[in-house]
Design a protein around this ligand. Sequence first.
Ligand SMILES: Nc1ncnc2c1ncn2[C@@H]1O[C@H](COP(=O)(O)OP(=O)(O)O)[C@@H](O)[C@H]1O
Ligand SMILES: [Mg+2]
Length: 263
Amino acid sequence: MSANGVSPMHSPRPSAHASPLLEVRAVSKRYDARTVLERVTFALGRGEIVSLVGPSGCGKSTLLRVLAGLDRDFDGELLLDGAAQRGPSLRVGVIFQEPRLLPWLSVANNVAFSAGPRQGDDPRVARLLDEVGLAGTGAALPKQLSGGMAQRVALARGLFPQPDLLLLDEPFSAVDAMTRMRLQDLLLSLTRAHGIAALIVTHDLDEALYLSDRVLLLSTTGPQRAGRLVRDVAVSATHPRDRRAAPLADLRNELLEGIGAAV
Ligand SMILES: Nc1ncnc2c1ncn2[C@@H]1O[C@H](COP(=O)(O)OP(=O)(O)O)[C@@H](O)[C@H]1O
Ligand SMILES: [Mg+2]
């Protein structure tokens, strides 16, 4: 309670939107004696779509697990809306390459899983399934779905707690090329409709340039081969983007040079 009797939790937070949504400050991560991430620092704004690219083994998944609160054993600081964050939060949703649905629960119960194991009757579930193009599939079991459909369910499950940020680790790497393009467009429309930010790990530069407002390049440099941020490239092209457009090709070359310089 503050002096005027208003609980700080319920008082307006005029300063809340002055800070970025997520601040990553000097995050370093070691596995035993080996430093895998070295003082990674960046910020992510509300509604911003940012891709994280870099060669295999440079620490992308490690960084995402730290940001998701799934790995608390790191140095540095994470701030969500200016407040220190350690551990998972319903404000941060995570999507992996595999949908990771629970096979014994219906699609609807999987979507609502963050609210409890059998909350699939929540009317928001049907709305989300409709949004991801799966209207009417709530009673199905995961084994009845294709890989692309299962990943749509994972997106709906990620959105169910109404997060401010989605963290996605190579979310479309396991599906065919056509499905992948449809899922990319779905992700863009969902993040826009819900006003949420996304950090997408991908090793596909074209995917990064098609989706993102910014592309971060993580690479292993120095004698320790620790992952560091070596480029932060803004992508200003408007949406919908032409996947073959020349400005994207120029940025692609800039990122390739960055990768080449670092390896
Ligand atoms: N649990 C772990 N124990 C030890 N080393 C690990 C562990 N997880 C990942 N690593 C190492 O950390 C480095 C970064 O891995 P990772 O974050 O999975 O890379 P990326 O996702 O960029 O391919 C790799 O060299 C990997 O071998
Ligand atoms: Mg990885």
